[in-house]
Design a binder for this molecule. Structure first.
Ligand SMILES: [Zn+2]
Length: 256
């Protein structure tokens, strides 16, 4: 465990990392952050402790995430473009921190910070340690110098599927998403928005009743272009992403 620096608890509203001054209020030294998605929908409340993450504890795993994030960024799977999603950054990556025996809701993860998808090379300070998450309360407890991704709950839902899952890569890929039916990719119900208690139940349903344990990848039916890959290692998750991206491009190829 990293030594806990004195912390402040923030009560603020931020939209993909941009704190809205109008929506920020202070309660003495304490604040709490309400994390929204890029459309302004509240995803969860974060009890966020501002502190520098310990590189001795998290440096190695952060380097794995940084390396694969950079690679999938070159493929356009994470990033920020003015012509997509209203210019909001997209895609995020995470890794389990801590023992396999941790119980659901407390499978601590190092996750990329909100709106970091558009950054080039990132560092440990662009990640956030999420120690606990609770879908029903829409609440997370986090530490770091950046706030957690608005898609934290979905990452937590994936980790809760199995202690063996140690890495999650969330990408946005129009070509894979459009090919999800042709490729028979396990796909969440389009009526279920990401980052909700229903999404947690939906990924559990897929895990029990689809090929997702073989594909290591699923499409998010209710989240435009959303793809999630996971694995025991970052290579397993990354290779699933690259393999299915190749198969999706193959679907678009016509040679007569
Ligand atoms: Zn997304």
């Amino acid at each position: 465990m990293a030594a806990s620096a004195p912390h402040t608890r923030n009560r603020a509203v931020f939209m993909n990392g941009y704190i809205s001054a109008l929506s920020l209020w202070l309660t003495g030294a304490k604040t709490v952050e309400i994390v929204h998605d890029d459309e302004g929908v509240i995803k969860f409340e974060a009890e966020h402790h501002h502190e520098v993450l310990d590189p001795r504890r998290m440096g190695d795993v952060a380097c794995k995430l940084i390396a694969w994030r950079e690679m999938i960024g070159l493929l356009g799977l994470v990033g920020k473009r003015p012509d997509r999603y209203g210019g909001a950054a997209y895609g995020n990556v995470s890794a389990r921190i801590g023992p396999p025996s941790a119980v659901c809701g407390q499978r601590a993860m190092l996750i990329s910070g909100t709106q970091t998808g558009g950054m080039g090379r990132v560092g440990l300070s662009d990640f956030c340690l999420v120690e606990q998450y609770d879908y029903d309360r829409n609440w997370v407890r986090s530490r770091g110098t950046t706030q957690p991704s608005s898609e934290t709950m979905t990452h937590g839902a994936i980790y809760d599927l199995s202690p063996a899952i140690r890495f999650v890569l969330h990408a946005h890929s129009p070509v894979m998403w459009r090919a999800r039916q042709a490729l028979r990719l396990p796909t969440t119900d389009p009526r279920v928005p990401y980052g909700t208690p229903q999404m947690a139940r939906e990924v559990q349903r897929l895990y029990r009743g689809s090929t997702v344990q073989a594909t290591n990848l699923l499409a998010m039916g209710g989240h435009e272009d959303g793809i999630i890959a996971f694995g025991e290692t970052v290579e397993q998750a990354g290779q699933a992403l690259v393999t299915w991206l190749g198969r999706a491009y193959e679907q678009t190829c016509r040679i007569s």
